[in-house]
Design a protein around this ligand. Structure first.
Ligand code: DAH
Length: 346
């Protein structure tokens, strides 16, 4: 090894100029690649004796440093122009456009319902999707052998103990959690996802969405419930909308009712959506059963309240006349794009 070898390469580096990234890469290989001239000097360096090592170690490292810096600066100074010469890439071509997505119909309906009840002074409450038996059934006055607790309806996460974990089958569980932790009076709606072990069809799915409502105060009556639902229905389906209530049964409300709205498609004349009746069922509701109030520590002598629950997919189906529930879950762009502009219109 000789001093001239190092000087010669330094001079070559000094004179080096490149026009394209390809030339820079070739120069890098020539100097620093596996068979490059600097690499060869390092190989040679390994075999020289101790005295020479002292003499050449430092200049050799400096040489390598100089080469790396030079290559880097050439790479940067050529920049994109050189890249344009990479075969197959034409930097002057227009880029791919990114399409904007739109909100899902179920989200649109949920937001509308939340906005309507916010105007009436309701807060929004949420609860866990993985719940326990107590909050989904027991605190809601479900009798011990009620079929809703059966394996056929409920997805259990754990079993074999008195309060198993499960996927909530309705958002009524959030009522219980709200009563447990919120001071009175209570005025909340609870939107959320629910799960039932159902065969998937045009009318049923194992995952769907509900909105629960709960109002508890002194002197709340069935008339208040009826008025709240009527105002909601008119905001949601138009100012001409009528409602009717039919007696029903839910373990957690007494009395209970199901609510129909006048069919806004045929306006009562009878069509295939309302099956000729002029009415469409939209929700279940009732006065909160005193047992449910007491289970969450609320004095049922002093307080009363009402609750209601509705399926979001069902409301969305009525709103947009969608005839198959499965459309909501299949992420078919042709279906989803239909809702891109319908956020506020109805
Ligand atoms: N939880 C009921 C269901 O999933 C819906 C419901 C009915 C909720 C009546 C209520 C109610 O709060 O009062 O079918």
């Amino acid at each position: 090894m000789q001093k001239q070898d190092i000087d010669r390469i330094l001079a070559e580096l000094d004179a080096l100029s490149c026009k394209t990234q390809k030339e820079v890469e070739e120069a890098r290989v020539r100097f620093l690649g596996k068979k490059g001239s600097i690499t060869a000097l390092f190989d040679e360096f390994r075999t020289v004796d101790k005295d020479l090592k002292k003499e050449f170690g430092r200049p050799l490292n400096e040489l390598k440093q100089t080469a790396q810096t030079k290559i880097e600066s050439l790479k940067e100074s050529i920049g994109g122009e050189g890249a344009a010469e990479v075969p197959g890439i034409d930097m002057s071509m227009p880029g791919d456009t990114m399409e904007l997505g739109s909100r899902h119909p179920v989200s649109i309906v949920r937001q509308e319902i939340v906005d309507i009840f916010r105007k009436f002074g309701y807060d929004v409450a949420e609860g866990p999707e993985v719940e326990d038996d107590y909050h989904v059934f027991e605190a809601l006055n479900f009798p011990p052998n009620h079929p809703a607790r059966d394996m056929q309806d409920t997805f259990f996460v754990s079993s074999g103990h008195p309060n198993p974990l499960l996927l909530r089958t309705h958002t009524s569980s959030v009522q219980v959690r709200t009563m447990e932790k919120m001071g009175l009076p209570i005025r909340v709606i609870c939107p959320g996802r629910v799960f039932r072990n159902e065969a998937i069809s045009a009318r049923a799915h194992c995952i769907f969405h509900q909105v629960e409502g709960l109002y508890i105060d002194e002197n709340v009556t069935f008339a208040d419930l009826r008025q709240a639902i009527l105002l909601f229905a008119r905001e949601m389906f138009g100012p001409e909308t009528q409602i009717r209530m039919r007696p029903s049964y839910f373990p957690f409300t007494e009395p209970s009712a199901e609510v129909d709205v006048s069919c806004n498609i045929c306006h009562g004349k009878g069509c295939n959506i309302c099956k000729g009746t002029g009415w469409l069922e939209i929700l279940g509701c009732g006065m909160v059963d005193p047992n449910v109030l007491e289970a969450s520590g609320i004095d049922s002598k002093k307080y009363s309240g009402f609750a209601f629950g509705m399926g979001l997919e069902r409301i969305a189906m009525l709103k947009w006349r969608v005839n198959d529930l499965r459309h909501y879950f299949e992420n078919d762009m042709r279906f989803l794009e239909e809702f891109a502009t319908s956020v506020k219109e109805f």
